[in-house]
Design a protein around this ligand. Structure first.
Ligand code: EPU
Length: 419
């Protein structure tokens, strides 16, 4: 199993290019199931979760072709098997994203229920209830969800009891080919929902309100092929921004969308980092030598993203004072805290809050990554720790960060991958 060996103590300096957003590319790839014409996608990140989604599409009968410029062309094959088996999707929860397009276009889907997840129970009941409202019949047997709609789906009002990102995406994809109008209330406003809707509109879908809490979709008869560039990964960009601040470095995060990161950049400024936008799509983050504690509460977009909570907690171990980190989205997303404590951090967990007292001098240790973002927080801690840090189980990190060690090394970090 791969691990990272990090020699701490160097400030990150230079420019880093941000990849396409994993959480955008996943629904966008699933959306290709909605047409039999080719969809050309640019800036698909080469990370494990995307590979799994591609394998799933291939398993179902789609063909994927890599172009010379890195573009991926997705085409429907001659026959499609609307089934996502456990063996293909067991490592990726986002498999539920194929439910909506499959039942919307083919009238049936058989998708393995996602397994357990380190960060919380993560049910998909809201996806299923939404599909039922559109007229699908849903059964759960042998670990699979079977959804059928032999007469096709019909538009309806889908009100989500709580905001769900992939649930919103799933229902959008189910509704684009349904008869009549669908209104999604209490929809997720994440940039990834907007990106998916942008692609679907290029394919001929009629969608209004993506990026707000109410999304209206008027079903159309069929969708065509399209060409689309995935938005920048705001979580990757945020991770490098925190990396600059925690190491007291100076990094230009290039090719990102600063408006997607305002919850983080506001906190970084308050915590003492200098954040500027020297050019469009560029964020420059500079450590000023002193970090101050600043509380955060994770919320749905445009609030502080849960996917940057772990990395921010590492930053707060280096800040003066007490910071309260509150996790409101997932019930079990503090698995990085005990590992940070092993490196010398002072963190007390009280329910959904972590109380971080800083600054504490971290020292290198052998630590274990428990999920994707937790592994990023441990790598960041390793960058400021004295001596050598070994981060085990980096396959978690490979699920969502493209070429992370070479990007960090390009900024001067001393990091290598070993087995
Ligand atoms: N929830 C339910 N029922 C559902 C769906 C969600 O109770 O049917 C609950 C979840 O358990 C959670 C909350 O609602 O407590 C929000 O979950 P959401 O559905 O929004 O999460 P998701 O769509 O499964 C996406 C990202 C996650 C990110 C969350 C929150 C993708 C592929 N994944 O997950 O990304 O943390 O939204 O922003 O888009 C990551 O990239 O590391 C990651 C975990």
């Amino acid at each position: 199993m791969d691990r990272f060996v990090i020699e701490g103590g160097t400030a990150l300096r230079g420019r880093v290019e941000i990849s396409g957003a994993k959480n955008s590319a996943l629904p966008v790839l699933a959306a290709c199931l909605l047409t039999d014409q080719p969809v050309i996608l640019h800036r698909i990140p080469r990370v494990k979760d995307i590979r799994t989604m591609m394998d799933l599409l291939i398993h179902m009968g789609m063909s994927l072709e890599n172009g010379e410029t890195g573009a991926v062309t997705v085409r429907a094959g001659s026959s499609l098997q609307p089934e996502a088996p456990y063996e293909v999707v067991k490592t990726m929860r986002a498999s539920s994203l194929v439910l909506g397009p499959l039942v919307g276009r083919y009238g049936r889907a058989r998708v393995s229920l996602p397994g357990g997840c380190a960060i919380g129970a993560r049910p998909i009941d809201l996806h299923m209830r939404g599909l039922e409202q559109l007229g699908a019949k849903i059964e759960q047997t042998h670990g699979y969800i079977e959804a059928t709609a032999p007469e096709g789906l019909r538009g309806a009002v889908v009100h989500f009891d709580r905001i769900t990102v992939t649930g919103t995406e799933d229902i959008i994809m189910a509704a684009v080919l349904a008869r009549g109008e669908t209104v999604i209330e209490n929809a997720a406003r994440e940039p990834e929902v907007v990106d998916l809707s942008d692609l679907l509109r290029k394919m001929g879908a009629e969608i209004e309100g993506a990026g707000t809490s109410t999304i209206r979709i008027r079903g159309v008869k069929h969708l065509t092929g399209a060409e689309h560039t995935i938005i920048a990964d705001r979580i990757e960009a945020g991770t490098f921004a925190i990396g600059a601040a925690i190491t007291g470095g100076d990094v230009e995060v290039v090719g990102c969308v600063p408006e997607h990161l305002t919850a983080l950049t506001a906190k970084l400024r308050k915590a003492g980092a200098e954040v500027t936008e020297p050019a469009p799509s560029v964020l420059r983050v500079r450590g000023t030598g002193r970090l101050l504690s600043e509380d955060i509460v994770t919320e749905e977009h445009p609030g502080f993203p849960t996917d940057l909570q772990a990395q921010y907690m590492s930053l707060m171990t280096q800040a003066e004072g007490i910071a309260i980190v509150s996790e409101r989205i997932f019930e079990n997303r503090f698995m990085h805290a005990p590992e940070l404590v092993r490196m010398g951090a002072s963190i007390r967990i009280d329910g959904r809050q972590a109380i971080v007292a800083g600054p504490r001098r971290l020292t290198g240790a052998h630590v274990m990554a428990s999920d994707l973002r937790a592994s990023a927080s441990l790598v960041l801690a390793g960058l400021v720790a004295k001596g050598e840090t070994i981060v085990d189980r980096v396959y978690h990190m490979d699920r969502g960060y493209e070429k992370i060690e070479s990007k960090l090394a390009g900024l001067g970090a001393r990091i290598r991958r070993t087995q």
